[in-house]
Design a protein around this ligand. Structure first.
Ligand SMILES: *Cc1c(COP(=O)(O)O)cnc(C)c1O
Length: 391
């Protein structure tokens, strides 16, 4: 007979890592709504409202704007596998872990991969992209907007224009950026854009909102070969989310409830207000950390307000600091990824977690822990500097 385990009772944490972020209690409550069937008329209405609110968030009129069942990476797979056929030239911009992940997926889709790279913490020079475009004439240009491994927010408009000049589809990873900074799909000429539910949208992980332009849908409809993924084939998923309502896979009902509520919360706050809040809190954190003598690793001109990478000072032990933050203050930070492993902390201020209180609490907790470890920091400097931003 199986042992009967205790009911789960994890600690209440302040989630200030690279995702998931804390979830608004309204969203958790929506998840507890009783289930209906995935073709129930009430559910179809919820799907339509969800698509409508999602178009508002992506700032697009694209009919195909839906949440894919799966985490952010399923959005990445869906974006790439639907438009790549064997031998297609794909240009991927890499300045961190998630650009690398995109290239891996391109190769698994049997695309012909070309990469343009930049150092971690930097953006990719336009001339490099221009030269690569000329040389390989790709079908798709792909880039990460908010690189969560480095804290760089990459500008998109110029690359979009260059892609258009070469008649390439422009594909953008907005997993970290969507809901925290403007992502203007139509105005900026983005053909395919995907995100994740658990970062600035503050919903649990499990959905990947995605949008396809008409041009991208044409490419999908004109494929010679079937998409190699049955589950992520947009031409079939389109028939469930569109007017036909043909069963494809059972929608994760409770997650859609949650996502619907997260989008309601977001639109009640308003996009402009929400972007302003992320900017203010991100700036206050950055200024506070620098006042403590810490070094930020992303180029100052291109810092993402929702994700800050900060260098770990010499003589300070990464794991021990994060352990005490978690045990003594219930705050979760992220460790460094890839080239920044063991060298940086990643601090997220995403969605519901992006608050003045969280900024000030974190700066104060970090000050206590770092000074206990012998790091020379002027008492109160971080909190004072951050408070000046809030004033
Ligand atoms: C988190 C993240 C992903 C992957 O999302 P998962 O939900 O972990 O699958 C992809 N791209 C970026 C930029 C991310 O921050």
């Amino acid at each position: 007979m199986g042992e009967v385990y205790r009911e789960i009772n994890p600690s209440t944490r302040t989630l200030l890592g690279p995702g998931p972020s804390n979830v608004d209690p309204r969203v958790l409550k929506a998840m507890a709504t009783p289930l209906v069937g995935h073709l129930d008329p009430d559910f179809l209405e919820i799907m339509d409202a969800t698509m409508d609110m999602l178009r508002g968030l992506f700032q697009t009129k694209n009919p195909i704007t839906i949440p894919v069942s799966g985490t952010g990476t399923s959005g990445m797979e869906a974006a790439l596998c639907n438009v790549i056929e064997e031998g297609d030239e794909v240009l991927v911009c890499i300045n961190g872990v998630f650009g690398q992940r995109m290239s891996d997926i391109v190769e698994r889709c049997r695309g012909k991969l070309t990469t343009v790279e930049a150092d971690w913490g930097q953006i990719i020079p336009s001339e490099k992209i221009k030269a690569a475009l000329k040389k390989v004439r790709p079908k798709i240009v792909a880039i990460v907007n908010g690189e969560t491994s480095t804290g760089v927010l990459h500008p998109l408009v110029e690359i979009s224009e260059m892609a258009k000049e070469h008649d390439a589809l422009f594909l953008v990873d907005a997993v970290t950026s969507l809901g925290g900074v403007p992502v203007k799909v139509d105005e900026w000429g983005i053909d395919i854009c995907y995100s994740g539910s658990q970062k600035c949208l503050s919903c649990p992980p499990g959905l990947a909102p995605i949008t396809f332009s008409e041009k991208a849908m044409q490419v999908i409809r004109n494929r010679k070969q079937k998409v190699q993924s049955w589950y992520l084939d947009m031409s079939m998923i389109e028939r469930y989310w569109g007017s036909e309502r043909v069963y494809h896979h059972t929608a994760p009902i409770s997650m859609i409830y949650a996502f619907h509520e997260a989008l309601r919360v977001l639109h009640e706050e308003g996009l402009e207000q929400r972007f302003k809040r992320h900017k203010t809190n991100g700036t206050a954190l950055a200024v506070g950390l620098e006042a403590m003598g810490l070094k930020l690793l992303a180029n100052e001109k291109y810092r993402a307000p929702m994700l800050t990478t900060v260098g770990i000072p010499d003589g300070i032990e990464d794991a021990s600091v994060r352990k005490r933050l978690l045990n003594d203050y219930h705050i979760e930070l992220g460790g460094g990824l890839g080239a920044f492993k063991g060298k940086a902390w990643r601090i997220g201020l995403m969605g519901y977690s992006s608050t003045k209180r969280n900024v000030l609490n974190l700066l104060s907790a970090l000050e206590n822990i770092l000074s206990a470890d012998g790091y020379d920091v002027e008492r109160g400097a971080g909190v004072d500097a951050a408070n000046k931003v809030f004033l």
